[in-house]
Design a protein around this ligand. Structure first.
Ligand code: SF4
Length: 121
């Protein structure tokens, strides 16, 4: 879910209920300076963890609050979400929608996103 508050993610949430959201264990809260709440994660191995609920894919992250595809959906740990979530962009650099967003939106019955002007355009 993107970190721009003027964005369609706040009425979507589809990506948070589909992908396995895995990340390096160093991002977990605790001794090494991480920040992702351990209680909302599952340890995969010595190096990797994932958000609870997303272990097998096609599952809803337990940090996701609200109704999919409806205004008000959001991430309960937004400031402390893992890098995997931070790096998933709604739009590509050229202003075209992320094809994965389009695919996820279609799965929950939302309209495709329109392209937006690129920074240079
Ligand atoms: S941690 Fe937040 S942004 Fe990441 S998948 Fe879960 S609900 Fe979505």
């Amino acid at each position: 879910m993107a970190d721009n508050f003027d964005n369609p993610c706040l009425a979507c949430g589809a990506c948070c209920a589909y992908f396995r959201v895995s990340f390096y264990c160093g991002e977990l809260e605790g001794g090494s300076g991480g920040f992702v709440p351990v209680a909302l994660t599952t340890r995969l191995n010595d190096l990797m963890a994932c958000m609870k609920g997303t272990e097998s894919g096609h599952g809803r992250c337990q940090a996701l609050i609200g109704e999919l595809g409806r205004p008000g959906i959001g991430c309960a740990i937004y400031p402390n979400r893992p890098t995997t979530c931070r790096e998933f962009s709604t739009w590509l650099d050229d202003g075209s929608p992320n094809p994965e967003c389009q695919r996820m939106r279609a799965r929950i019955g939302l309209m495709p996103l329109a392209p937006r002007r690129s920074a240079s355009g």
